[in-house]
Design a protein around this ligand. Structure first.
Ligand code: SAH
Length: 355
């Protein structure tokens, strides 16, 4: 049995499936899922992420969160949480950078929300001195102040895709054509969840809907609004996306999302407007959506890079300079990736972000 066979059997039994169901099976099927069965990160894997590019990323995010914690009167105990921690690199860098913040480590309880047993194993090694707790979902996070970070988590959540047809929407579905997986369209129907997209789209436009995101965001925002805390959400995407952003990456190269299911990373751009609206519904404040490069510059990434560069020369120096550029330059990750902060309405926004 393979994921390809499983999907084919599922489509033969139930008919064509939504892009969201396809993404779910590809990424998190218990036996064949992409994340469930491997560590996909790094040079030898399929893609790389900001914390894997440089320690500066996790350090600066950690210091922003720790300053927000100090600004809110250093509540103790508090939850320090990460969604989808990958290899645990961001959390390890965050913890090293915040060691000198008086009381922060004594008051924190680390919770990692991670669906992949394979990656939980990698995280346990990276954080072996910390005894983190793992959770299946944000609902299990304790009812206490919550300081949270999520990098490239929301882009891995399944999306549905719709094409505008009059005042209705046809849904993209994945079925079989001559035995192979192929995209098709359902007949048009009204979609109450897309009512606001009738304003800014025309016939034939494609929009995406991530139904899993809002409940997750709501759970985080409700804790921050009621108990205090802050969240940094970093991902690629924009305020209200338009068009097909489903993307497969294999060995650092774009791939066809329907080829080799379960063997490639599948992601979609994050609709930050939807996240912000879910925060608002929960009574939580959110910051202006800010390009990653601007955010990291405001937090002092260039000074940090200079300090790290001082003892270096040759290839090590070149690689540090390249990492700084990659994280911040508008033509690299600096503009494509955005940062949204969440904070309690009565508190100051996080350092590096504006209301
Ligand atoms: N944040 C890391 C890894 C990003 S990859 C980094 O920046 O390097 C996405 C991560 O989210 C992986 O750890 C993956 O296993 C996890 N993940 C994906 N979908 C998830 C879900 N529905 N629930 C919990 N974790 C999930």
């Amino acid at each position: 049995m393979s994921l390809q066979n499983h999907l084919t059997a599922r489509i033969r039994a139930d008919g064509p499936m939504s892009v969201a169901d396809y993404m779910s099976d590809c990424l998190l099927h218990p036996q064949f899922g992409y994340y469930t069965t491997r560590d996909p990160l790094g040079a030898k894997g399929d893609f790389t992420t900001a914390p894997e590019i440089s320690q500066m990323f996790g350090e600066l995010l950690g210091l922003s969160l720790a300053q927000a914690w100090l600004d809110q009167g250093a509540p103790a105990p508090f939850t320090l949480a990460e969604l989808g921690p990958g290899r645990g690199t961001l959390m390890a860098d965050l913890l090293r950078a915040t060691r000198g913040v008086p009381g922060f480590h004594a008051a924190m309880q680390i919770h990692l929300v991670e669906a992949s047993p394979a990656l939980r194993g990698v995280q346990a090694k990276a954080l072996k001195d910390q005894a983190p707790r793992w959770q299946d979902s944000v609902d299990a996070l304790p009812d206490q102040p919550l300081f949270l970070v999520a990098n490239e988590f929301f882009d891995a959540l399944p999306i549905r895709q719709f094409i505008r047809a009059g005042d209705g929407w046809s849904e993209m579905r994945i079925g079989l054509q001559d035995g192979a997986l192929a995209f098709g369209l359902s007949s048009a129907a009204s979609q109450p969840a897309l009512a606001h997209r009738l304003e800014d789209t025309k016939d034939g436009d494609l929009v995406e809907l991530c139904e899993a995101a809002a409940p997750i965001l709501h759970a985080i925002a409700a804790r921050i609004a009621a108990r205090g805390g802050a969240a940094l959400i970093v991902d690629y995407g924009d305020w209200r996306a338009l068009g097909d952003t489903l993307q497969a990456l294999r060995a650092h190269e774009p791939a066809d999302p329907l080829q080799t299911p379960g063997e490639a990373d599948l992601t979609a751009h994050v609709d930050f407007e939807a996240l912000a609206m879910a925060a608002k519904t929960a009574g939580c404040a959110f910051t202006r959506l800010t390009p990653q490069g601007v955010f990291l510059e405001r937090l002092g990434i260039t000074d940090r890079a200079r300090a790290l560069a001082a003892p270096l020369q040759g290839a090590a120096l070149d690689s540090l300079i390249a990492a700084h550029r990659r994280l911040t330059h508008p033509e690299e990750m600096g503009n494509l990736f955005k940062v949204l902060g969440l904070y309690p309405p009565q508190a100051a926004p996080l350092p590096g972000l504006n209301p």
